[in-house]
Design a protein around this ligand. Sequence first.
Ligand code: SF4
Length: 128
Amino acid sequence: VEKGSGCGCTCEGGKVLIFACSGGSNAGQIANMAAIKLDEEGCGRFYCLAGVGGGLTDMVESARSADKRVLIDGCPIGCGKAVFEREGLQADAYVVVTELGIKKRHEFAFSDEEVEKVVAAVKEGLGR
Ligand code: SF4
């Protein structure tokens, strides 16, 4: 996919960072794959939630200085949300995979449709 081709981006030149919990379940992996797709479509740059969670100064500062932040959690436990709250970061679009009618299971198979649901919810959250 060509960068910037599929997102209808309205913040040309703006720095959008995308975070996903990338957790150990279908829901976490759907969050991860949605972040990859959003990056590939040019919606923003998939960034490392673990680095922010670990309090790595440069990574926390990058997250803080972004124009917009997208956060995708797999389930209501909200690990990404907890990381953001601890660092005082706001998400401009926040999506929880299980709130889109996707049931969390400890297995790793998922469909393109499930990923697309999350991608669409993020775009809606960003007002695109
Ligand atoms: S938000 Fe849910 S799926 Fe994601 S890492 Fe936390 S417990 Fe796992």
